[in-house]
Design a protein around this ligand. Sequence first.
Ligand code: ADP
Ligand code: MG
Length: 204
Amino acid sequence: MAIDQAALGAWLADFADQIHQGADQLTDLDREIGDGDHGSNMDRGMKAVAALDPNDFASGADYLKKVGMTLVSTVGGASGPIYGTFFLRLGAAWSSVNDAPTLGLALRAGLDGIQQRGKATTGDKTLVDALSPAVEAYDKQADQGISTALAAAAGAAEAGRDATIPMVAHKGRASYLGERSAGHQDPGATSMTMLLEAAAKHLS
Ligand code: ADP
Ligand code: MG
């Protein structure tokens, strides 16, 4: 196994920290095009995740599945089931992860789960606009190893997040605003970028 449970725990502890520090920013972004709860939703969920001890689980797969279930049951809103599905799918694929290309397959499984669940595609102004280019960038660099591929993924997520600003939302609450959703950065794409930045720091 290339990535042990302690590294998974460090990844998600850092993400929980980023979410907590960024909660006001995420909430402000969601106030502009949603209902102003994305920061508090994610902070509640990631506090519950950070309270889990990865060493209490028989495997990384079991830990990731528990993370998914915890997010589904604590985050609420649109983002709870969507982030939850990501980690449930990552957990389901985890036993096959032993190098950079197989980690890419697991990340892709997470993305596919999100898209099956939420029906969003790129350009809809959701967190898919950060995660989808990240998975693509990862795959292009997968032969260079996990660290290089994840750094590329984080950079692509940042660009994808920024690219949501001019988009008109077609999914989620922001879509109720129609054209008025343009000119605002998507909150979910912002939190998803934090997840990939933390992954690049802790998984290798
Ligand atoms: P809610 O919209 O229910 O208040 P949150 O505010 O926690 O939930 O999350 C909003 C974020 O969820 C959006 O910024 C967007 O990135 C993401 N989102 C909403 N709908 C979808 C969808 N169908 N597929 C993927 N992501 C979505
Ligand atoms: Mg909201």
